[in-house]
Design a protein around this ligand. Structure first.
Ligand code: UTP
Length: 297
């Protein structure tokens, strides 16, 4: 029987330079989409997919992330005393079971692949998920759950894949497709940030992965790749060279690149409009301001 995926790695050691100066003191993952930090969306998605162990790869200056997952007894007591039960429930929904979260440091930002490798001893010898919290995915069924269900059928390693326009492909890892089976493709190669015009397909890898533990061994072998970083895609590409299966999964849902300013703004608008408590007022505001902006241009 295939081992169930119950561990997820959250690489959060990057410097978030695209959000300077905010990220000078606030970790990118604590930045707020409507009223919840990015990391909360990632944790909720992982929990919905049956993840039980949450492994954070952090770095200097990410203390606010650890604090966020601590229980807040004084705040809880104050809300309880003033009868603010709804807020108390919101607060409690962020509490994690004791021992469910582990933190490990990446001492140098050597790349996403290196960050995942730093967690190797906590992962052990079982398939595991990787979630990049700056990719926020709005979906009826959470993206990782879709992938874990598909992975239960296929085994191997699996990456979330999304169609992108040709001129954007060089910002992503891109799949070289062996066979297209609809929601799933089998993959024969992967290229990280291909130079313009050389991408092997329009299927880009985004921040959800289910990986075989063998990928960790490959991460120990590979050298710096695109951008001088140790790339996770290079280690997955080695899997294929070694004859193991890798699949791309076309998830159902909308992905927002919250690591970029434009993506973060789009997510804010979209999540704001999907909230029953904010929708009407926010839609009225947008309905008024957008024509004004267009007329002024
Ligand atoms: P990004 O490429 O978005 O980098 O990393 P970044 O440093 O977070 O942001 P910018 O580009 O400087 O604005 C993708 C994911 O990989 C993690 C990041 O924390 C993010 O979740 N990462 C990246 C690491 O954990 N370690 C690294 O060395 C690099």
């Amino acid at each position: 029987m295939k081992k169930r995926v119950t561990k997820a790695v959250f690489p959060v050691a990057g410097m978030g330079t695209r959000f300077l100066p905010a990220t000078k003191s606030v970790p990118k993952e604590i930045m707020t989409l409507v009223d919840r930090p990015l990391i909360q969306y990632a944790i909720d998605e992982a929990r919905a997919a049956g993840i039980k162990e949450f492994i954070f790869v952090t770095s200097r200056g990410k203390g606010a992330l650890e604090d966020y997952f601590d229980i807040a007894p004084t705040l809880e007591a104050s809300l309880r005393k003033s009868g603010k039960t709804e807020l108390l429930d919101v607060l409690k929904s962020t509490n994690m079971d004791s021992g469910a979260i582990a933190y490990i440091r990446q001492h140098k930002a050597l790349g996403l692949g290196h960050a995942v490798w730093c967690a190797r001893r906590l992962i052990g010898n079982e398939p595991f998920a990787v979630i990049l919290p700056d990719d926020v995915i709005a979906a009826e069924k959470p993206c990782l759950q879709q992938m874990i269900e598909a992975h239960a059928e296929t085994g191997g390693s699996m990456v979330a894949a999304m169609e992108v326009p040709q001129d954007k492909a060089s910002s992503y890892g891109v799949l070289d497709v062996k066979e297209d089976m609809g929601s799933m493709v089998s993959v024969k190669g992967m290229v990280e940030k291909p130079p313009a015009g050389t991408a092997p397909s329009n299927l880009a890898v985004i921040g959800r992965y289910i990986l075989s533990p063998k990928v960790l061994q490959n991460l120990s072998k590979i050298k710096q790749g695109a951008g001088g970083e140790i790339q996770l895609t290079d280690a997955i590409a080695l899997e294929m060279e070694q004859g193991r299966d890798v699949f791309g999964y076309r998830f159902r849902g909308q992905r927002f690149d919250c690591g970029s300013k434009a993506g973060f703004l789009q997510a804010t608008v979209s999540f704001g409009l999907s909230r029953p408590d904010l929708r009407d007022e926010f839609a009225d505001f947008l309905g008024a301001i957008v024509p004004q902006q267009q007329a002024a241009q």
